[in-house]
Design a protein around this ligand. Structure first.
Ligand code: SPV
Ligand code: MN
Length: 624
């Protein structure tokens, strides 16, 4: 029996007709194979119609995966208590026998496929399976990558409708031409709280060769929403093979003088300020997580892979995040996940207002002081609790840029780390290679609650991409360095660090200072202000920042604060070079250019140390 015939027998006629309308035998074969394997009680095929989307929304509630909240359009979803973050250990890239890729959790392809197919056999028994079509990037554009998602979770399908552009018509239009990505997900057996029961059989296996990702026995979005971090593994590989960039970056517009619009991308490991930067209320958000960058007539053009936000909610408060606050308190379509709910209202940690001392959260019925099985006190909401909402809900979204088929020209690229003692708040690279190597490839942060495991450990995380790398880091960096050659107009590269402290551990910056750094970077992209040359790049001049602090935040910026923040900490920088260099030497297959760039930086630092000592005030450098 051919795949189409199988589908005809297996699906309701109405659903079958939707599949038949897409002329793509590879798709038919894929659907027949996995519908047969997962063996659901019924199948629903989503077209781009409002009715089909509404059907998914309704099912999420009917099946108990989401509950309506008091405000129109708001629902809450809970993931299992032990299923609250990306499971790095059980996310594996399937590779041919004997292949090992540094930093990448790999597994023998044949073995992995065998295991996951066994786990997934009959896994959707008794459930409804949703077949959904989406595209990554704007529709019908140079960025577009079609994708099909199978999932037995209405919550996952619902999330994707909020986060991605619909793709059924694109599949129909492309027919056999569609080079699509495939996602197969099942939450597996559910417990009475409708969360995945068989966490020990949680698996996320990424088959590069088949461009297929399997996700089983988990619900947390980072593990299940195919088009997000699962697709990202596949697009990184495509980008390296095809000579463009698929990045873990926000995309935003910074508004310069006289209405000038300058677009920036920013790569920050989770919880390093990426979302809050992209959402500064007087600038304009295009995307908060994933960006495709291609060269077009010598320009670097960027587009948001997604059209919505799966954002961290902890710490969102009215004063610092007025826009998100407003979005979350308006009748938009929003899924709150793993928050505290009381009387139909969502609450989260550090929201800046008193919150109830009991209610329901990711642990079930919750009260202040409640402890989990390990004896740890359970906070009101999970640290990695999230909100899922479309960008259309944001009053400051740049929707024109979001859907621009040619994307937007990127003026600057930012790398944001998290370190207490090395990087100044903002600095600019001397050139592309200097930025790629000493800022992007040398990015470090501390581990956070976005993944399972210990928090607060210094973590090497080049381009904030380490968790998602699917190719050798050397090939990835080579592609990055080579990309410059295609560009006639090159984006400037910057590094930021919002987490610098003094010797006593006090923060040196306020949460909103980043808004000033952005304005400075915008001016630098256009050569509007001078800067001070240091051994590690260009830093702002005090006068410029003083003016910007006043203009942007209406704050008086003190000389002594500037001096503390922008003092070049030579020993710490040298130690960082040692660390980074060693990591790359041990890895092998790294472009020689990386070591040359690091060596030059070391020489500059040593020379400056001889002249000025270990800690160099920006005023000293300015004078010279
Ligand atoms: C991140 O952790 O980088 C996120 C959320 O954007 S997740 O989808 O879990 O990756
Ligand atoms: Mn992310």
């Amino acid at each position: 029996m051919g795949p189409l015939e199988y589908l005809k027998n297996r699906l309701d006629p109405e659903q079958f007709e939707k599949i038949k309308a897409i002329d793509n035998p590879e798709l038919h074969e894929f659907l027949a194979k996995y519908i047969d394997l997962l063996n659901p009680a019924k199948v629903f095929v989503c077209t781009d119609s409002k009715e089909d989307e509404e059907y998914v929304r309704r099912k999420a509630i009917e099946y108990g995966e989401e509950k309506p909240l008091a405000m129109d359009g708001h629902t809450v979803h809970y993931d299992g208590y032990y299923d609250q973050a990306r499971d790095k250990a059980r996310t594996k890239i399937l590779v041919p026998k004997g292949v090992e890729i540094p930093f990448v959790n790999t597994m023998d392809r044949e073995e992995g496929l065998k295991e996951i197919h066994e786990i997934m056999r009959d896994i959707a028994k008794g459930k409804e399976l949703f077949v959904c079509f989406f595209v990554l990037g704007p529709k019908n554009s140079i960025f577009t990558i079609p994708a099909v998602q199978l999932t037995d979770s209405a919550y996952v399908a619902h999330s994707e409708f909020i986060l991605y552009r619909k793709g059924y018509e694109e599949f129909k239009r492309l027919g056999r031409e569609a080079k699509f990505l495939k996602f197969v997900h099942s939450a597996g057996e559910l417990d009475e709280r409708k969360t995945s029961k068989n966490i020990d059989k949680r698996r996320i296996y990424i088959d590069l060769e088949g461009e297929t990702v399997y996700s089983a026995n988990t619900q947390y979005g980072g593990n299940t929403i195919g088009l997000k971090k699962l697709a990202f593994r596949l697009t990184i590989r495509r980008a390296v093979q095809e000579g463009w960039l698929s990045e873990h970056m926000f995309l935003m517009r910074v508004n310069g003088p006289n209405g000038r619009k300058t677009y920036f991308t920013g790569a920050y490991p989770s919880m390093c300020g990426k979302t809050s930067t992209a959402m500064i209320s007087w600038e304009n958000i295009v995307g908060d997580d994933l960006t495709f960058i291609v060269d077009m007539k010598g320009e670097a053009r960027g587009a948001n892979v997604e059209k919505g936000v799966f954002g961290i909610i902890q710490g969102v408060n009215q004063e610092d995040d007025p826009i998100i606050w407003e979005v979350l308190h308006s009748p938009n379509e929003i899924i709150f996940s793993n928050v505290l709910v009381k009387d139909g209202k969502p609450y989260w940690n550090d929201m800046g207002i008193p919150i109830p001392e009991e209610g329901e959260n990711h642990s079930g019925k919750w009260w202040k002081g409640k402890k989990d099985a390990e004896g740890n006190e359970i906070p009101p909401s999970h640290k990695n609790a999230r909100f899922t909402v479309s960008l259309e809900a944001f009053p400051n979204a740049d929707l024109e840029a979001l859907e621009a088929p040619c994307g937007v020209r990127i003026g600057g690229m930012i790398f944001g780390g998290r370190d207490a003692d090395t990087w100044p708040p903002v600095r600019e690279a001397f050139d592309w290679a200097h930025g790629v190597v000493t800022m992007g490839a040398a990015l470090e942060s501390e581990t956070t609650a976005a993944t399972l495991g210990k928090e607060g450990v210094r973590a090497f995380n080049p381009m904030a991409i380490l968790d998602f790398l699917s190719v050798h880091i050397g090939d990835y960096l080579r592609n990055y360095l080579e990309f410059e050659k295609k560009l006639r107009i090159k984006p400037k590269i910057f590094a930021v660090n919002y987490f610098l402290r003094d010797k006593d551990g006090n923060w040196l910056n306020h949460k909103l200072d980043k808004a000033v750094w952005l304005k400075w970077m915008e001016l630098r992209v256009h050569g509007d202000v001078d800067a001070i040359e240091t051994p590690v790049g260009y830093i702002p001049k005090y006068e410029d920042l003083k003016r910007l602090f006043k203009e942007v935040l209406n704050k008086d910026y003190r000389r002594e604060d500037y001096e503390k923040q922008f003092t070049i900490r030579v020993p710490e920088f040298l130690a960082k070079i040692e660390r980074i260099e060693k990591i790359y030497r041990d890895v092998g297959n790294i472009p020689e250019e990386l070591f040359k760039v690091l060596e030059k930086e070391r020489e500059r630092l040593l020379k400056a140390k001889e002249k000025y000592g270990d800690y160099i005030s920006p005023f000293q450098l300015e004078k010279s």
